[in-house]
Design a protein around this ligand. Structure first.
Ligand SMILES: Nc1ncnc2c1ncn2[C@@H]1O[C@H](COP(=O)(O)OP(=O)(O)OP(=O)(O)O)[C@@H](O)[C@H]1O
Ligand SMILES: [Mg+2]
Length: 238
């Protein structure tokens, strides 16, 4: 059974069409990697899934239609989007950023226990609770952004270039944690990454997006194995 079904998705900005009929599915609990060169439409695809751009076509999550709904409704239906550039509120403290992530939920005890769960994934955040988010390192900010998304208890986690601007060691740690979250929470993940090697390391399925179309799909092993494809479509080696 597919958790996420994307069918004939068209999206863009004003009159400029960016996605031209994107179609793929993700099984419940799987990690799906979206690869592709700059400007391919990867960010636009995640925005389309979370309702931030106007779309045509169908998107369903666990059988519930998301297409045409507002970002707020889509968040309430269980989609957490960690945007490109992380989207944390810099002047607010780490703790306030995390609590904001639970905006669709009530119940302080429940929120407190979720905070504890997030500190087990990201222990460094617990030592920074009263610090302004803007004073965190890049890696810590990415951890905060993912932690905030987890406060929603998402069914579907959308990650846009989590490795951007981070040192290799920090990036590897971050991907290890994303893998642990996926395994322990059974959260379905769609991750957009320039670093194909890292993304394929945690994904079951991958799709290569080029100028708004999926030009190649397969298991992570298949995509990784095909070096020629990697070079022609991705422009770099995986
Ligand atoms: N807010 C916007 N308004 C108008 N056009 C936009 C907007 N955001 C993106 N675009 C255009 O949409 C196309 C796809 O951009 P998008 O950001 O989705 O690509 P991407 O694959 O995420 O690229 P990158 O790897 O550089 O992040 C580009 O041509 C871009 O110029
Ligand atoms: Mg992008």
């Amino acid at each position: 059974m597919s958790e996420l079904v994307v069918d004939d998705l068209v999206a863009g900005y004003g009159d400029a069409r960016v996605l031209h009929g994107v179609r793929f599915t993700v099984k419940q609990g799987e990690v799906c990697a979206i690869l592709g060169p700059n400007g391919a439409g990867k960010t636009t695809l995640l925005r389309a899934l979370s309702g931030m751009v106007r779309t045509r076509g169908t998107v369903t999550l666990g059988g519930t239609e998301l297409s045409g709904r507002s970002p707020d409704t889509i968040a309430r239906l269980g989609v957490a989007h960690v945007p490109e550039g992380r989207g944390t509120f810099m002047p607010l403290t780490v703790e306030d950023n995390l609590r904001l992530g639970a905006f669709v939920r009530r119940g302080r005890a429940e929120v407190d226990s979720d905070l504890d769960r997030i500190y087990t994934y990201f222990p460094v955040l617990k030592t920074r609770l009263k610090q302004a988010a803007g004073s965190l390192s890049g890696g810590e900010q990415q951890m905060l952004a993912i932690g905030r998304a987890l406060m929603l208890r998402p069914r579907l986690l959308l990650l846009d270039e989590p490795s951007l601007g981070l040192a290799p060691l920090v990036t590897r740690e971050l991907f290890r944690i994303v893998q642990a979250i996926n395994a322990e929470e059974q959260t379905t993940v769609v991750v957009v990454e320039q670093n194909a090697h890292l993304a394929l390391g945690i994904a079951q399925q991958a799709h290569v997006l080029e100028t708004g179309r999926i030009v190649l799909s397969g298991t992570a092993e298949e995509i990784r194995a095909d070096e020629q494809v990697a070079q022609s479509y991705l422009g770099y080696r995986v």
